[in-house]
Design a binder for this molecule. Structure first.
Ligand SMILES: Nc1ncnc2c1ncn2[C@@H]1O[C@H](COP(=O)(O)OP(=O)(O)OP(=O)(O)O)[C@@H](O)[C@H]1O
Ligand SMILES: C[C@H](N)[C@H](N)CCCCCC(=O)O
Ligand SMILES: [Mg+2]
Length: 226
């Protein structure tokens, strides 16, 4: 396995957080890692501060300059929508073949590459391609990131079953604690998922601060099975 696809049950769930955790932990362990977030929507103007691209660049210890931005996130759209919709608002269609060529090139150029998706596993990229097609066409195993909010159990099982139907392997499910009080217990949610799937499950508590991804528990053992 020379890489992993970081997908999720929805948007604003923790994919970038987990991608940054994995980059940080691999670098700290002295292992090579590259990472990209090829498609990003909700980008207004040239200032990429605070975006997924910025977080991933920082976790890779790269400067957030024009070259890094183009390398990490070449497909950028203004509207904070599914890529199919955001591109259409700009009179464009995402070039799916170029996306696949880019990902295969990055995977063959590095010993280990993380690719963050966009939204959840079944978000439309074009009128006839979903994130799930993208994962299949680059032949990567996935890490499935989920939240701990009320409702997540059904979202996780539904996504895992739909990915299984498409023969998309998942190495681990990472439940990243959702912000806010009143959510179900993280570890009890983990137990439910372990009961209903045969996929390893790890949890990440909500970590305060702007660089919480540096303090997360070890994810390498679960996400990168030897
Ligand atoms: N365990 C956690 N501890 C602290 N903050 C977290 C944790 N998980 C996620 N976050 C924060 O929650 C917010 C949403 O997470 P993130 O940006 O990783 O979601 P995403 O799935 O990548 O969203 P998108 O679909 O937009 O790419 C971010 O501010 C992120 O730093
Ligand atoms: C703007 C957001 N953070 C993501 N970049 C795009 C999420 C698209 C989700 C579409 C959907 O599932 O309805
Ligand atoms: Mg993200």
């Amino acid at each position: 396995m020379n890489g992993l696809f970081i997908t999720s049950t929805g948007t604003e769930i923790g994919k970038t957080f987990v991608t940054a955790c994995l980059c940080h932990q691999l670098i700290e362990a002295g292992k090579p890692v590259d990472a990209i977030k090829p498609i990003i929507s909700g980008i207004n103007g040239a200032d990429m501060t605070g975006t997924d691209t910025a977080v991933i660049a920082e976790s890779l210890r790269l400067p957030l300059d024009a070259a890094t931005i183009d390398q990490l996130s070449p497909f950028r759209y203004k509207a904070p929508l599914a890529p199919s919709m955001a591109a259409a608002l700009e009179g464009k269609t995402l070039d799916y073949d170029a996306l696949i060529t880019l990902c295969k090139g990055r995977l063959s150029a590095s010993p280990f590459t993380l690719i963050e998706g966009v939204g959840g596993s079944f978000v439309p990229l074009t009128h006839n391609r979903l994130v799930a097609d993208w994962i299949s066409d680059i032949n990567l195993a996935s890490v499935l990131v989920a939240g701990s909010y009320l409702g997540t159990i059904s979202h996780i099982i539904a996504t895992a079953e739909a990915m299984k139907t498409r023969k998309l392997p998942i190495t681990a499910i990472v439940i990243s604690e959702t912000a806010g009080a009143g959510h179900p217990d993280l570890l009890k949610t983990q137990e439910q998922i372990e009961n209903w799937t045969d996929i390893p499950v790890v949890t990440v508590p909500r970590i305060k601060g702007t660089e919480g991804w540096k303090q997360a528990p070890d994810l390498l053992a679960a996400c990168l099975p030897q």
